[in-house]
Design a binder for this molecule. Structure first.
Ligand SMILES: [Zn+2]
Length: 109
């Protein structure tokens, strides 16, 4: 099954508190200052979606790659996105996520 997460990126503004994308702070991926285009991955935080060097993977890409090595974190992240935007996902997707989440979070007694 394939689940598509909508991770739009924004140009954050760290100087004008009245800007809708005012959001100073650090990147949750590399720990450096936020600059340029950033996207929010729920459960992780704001991540760079551009790099100085186009051959390098972005912080967003690295975070998504990293999720694939940890199924529980991946399902939890997907669940956070579905909880935030439930109308963007159909019932079958929501059901599948809940089923995977409960299966992967069970620990043997
Ligand atoms: Zn970064």
């Amino acid at each position: 099954m394939r689940i598509t997460l909508d991770l739009p990126d924004f140009t954050l503004d760290d100087t004008d508190p009245n800007d809708p994308h005012f959001n100073p702070g650090l990147c949750a991926g590399c720990g450096n200052e936020r600059w340029g285009r950033m996207a929010r991955l729920h459960g992780t935080g704001w991540l760079h979606t551009q790099t100085d060097d186009d051959t390098e993977p972005t912080c967003r890409q690295k975070a998504l790659d990293n999720l694939q090595t940890n199924p529980l974190s991946a399902w939890q992240t997907i669940a956070l996105h579905i909880a935030k935007y439930p109308s963007r996902h159909d019932a079958a997707t929501i059901r599948a996520v809940l089923r995977h989440l409960t299966n992967t979070s069970q620990t043997p007694n």
